[in-house]
Design a protein around this ligand. Structure first.
Ligand SMILES: [Zn+2]
Length: 364
């Protein structure tokens, strides 16, 4: 993290993101926002652009959430309310959640500005991808990336792809766009696992059939497994979809160190996936890419994931380079010696994905 920061990348962050307070011992804790702030400060110290978010308006939230859901969250203002077994509010949560959705909007508006080749990165909490049209769940109050994707569709973009490499399935994002052919939702996730959705056969409905791509992976998947499913299925389908704007739901809880999940990824693996997706954005979307922070509950893994993926999108175009993790640059080596090679998990996943997606995308 010594190179000076390029001007085409903006980090969107607010010091308000610590003010959504969860009960003691809750993994989605204010320290996650402090970690984001550390990485943002390093970015600013290198001359990087930091942008303050605006709050999402009721109208912007209502593009993807029922009015009754927005009202229910608004009614928690000033109170600590348990919305379900693991999703709760504190007195400031409604304001902070509107700001978290707004950070994704601000990052999107940055990315769609002129000239092209712009990247916006929202460093926000609470996360969003479990929040459905009608309900909060899984630590999420409003679906930040969905609010942003819906906003992009009002700004003249016709095809949006959202790639979600958080270890959990983004049931909320899937549900919101399940019948919408303008939004290709792609998820890799541990399966079976919370929230229980995300089987390969969940492909969308009606006009949206074929515009949901689920890649469920057994626990223990490695950097190599993720790389293989990206190369064999996700990138080819993204290329055929030809997105005009690309979003990444950037969760870092598939890291081997994460206390919630059971995958074996490393920071270098997230860098590799992000590089592939940035290449897709360059090839199809004039380099316009929006990253929206999701989960990641080991603070050092979160810090390294955010910092290294920010570095890789800041480094610019990558096409033609080998799809390998860089041998250092900003990354600390893993403490243990876990193998990163692909396992049978990725081949198994691809079998199901090919069967489910072939009717829509042809042979992959
Ligand atoms: Zn997650």
């Amino acid at each position: 993290m010594t190179k000076s920061a390029p001007a085409h990348v903006a980090v969107v962050i607010s010091d308000r993101f610590v003010d959504h307070v969860t009960p003691p011992g809750h993994p989605e804790r204010p320290e996650r926002a402090e970690t984001m702030q550390v990485i943002a400060n390093e970015w600013r110290d290198r001359g990087g652009r930091i942008v303050a978010p605006r709050a999402a308006t009721h109208e912007e939230l209502a593009r993807v959430h029922a009015a009754a859901h927005i009202d229910r969250i608004a009614a928690t203002a000033g109170q600590a309310v348990a919305l379900d077994a693991d999703t709760c509010t504190s007195p400031d949560s409604y304001d902070v959640a509107r700001l978290a959705a707004g950070a994704a909007l601000t990052a999107t508006e940055w990315a769609m500005g002129a000239p092209a080749d712009r990247v916006g990165y929202s460093f926000a909490r609470p996360p969003g991808h479990h929040a459905e049209r009608h309900k909060a769940m899984g630590f999420c109050l409003f679906n930040n990336v969905a609010v942003a994707a819906a906003h992009a569709l009002t700004l003249g973009v016709e095809r949006v792809a959202i790639v979600d490499y958080d270890v959990h399935h983004g049931n909320g994002t899937q549900e919101i766009f399940y019948d919408d052919p303008r939004v290709l939702y792609v998820s890799t996730h541990q399966y079976p696992y919370y929230p229980g959705t995300g089987a390969a056969g969940e492909v969308g409905v009606g006009a949206g059939a074929g515009f949901t791509l689920n890649v469920p992976l057994d626990a223990g998947a490695t950097d190599g497994d993720y790389e293989l499913v990206f190369q064999a299925a996700i990138v080819p389908i993204l290329n055929r979809f030809d997105p005009q704007l690309l979003f990444i739901s950037a969760g870092f809880d598939a890291d081997a160190r994460d206390p919630l999940a059971g995958m074996r990824m490393s920071t270098a693996g997230f860098v590799n996936l992000t590089r592939m997706l940035h290449d897709v954005a360059v090839a199809h979307a004039r380099g316009r890419l929006v990253l929206v922070a999701e989960g990641g509950y080991h603070l050092q893994a979160l810090a390294q994931g955010l910092g290294a993926t920010l570095d890789v999108v800041a480094a610019g175009r990558h096409e033609g380079r080998p799809l390998q993790a860089p041998a250092g640059a900003g990354l600390r080596p893993r403490a243990d010696d876990e193998p990163h090679a692909a396992t049978s998990r990725s081949e198994q996943a691809l079998e199901g994905v090919r069967a489910a997606q072939q009717p829509f995308w042809g042979a992959i």
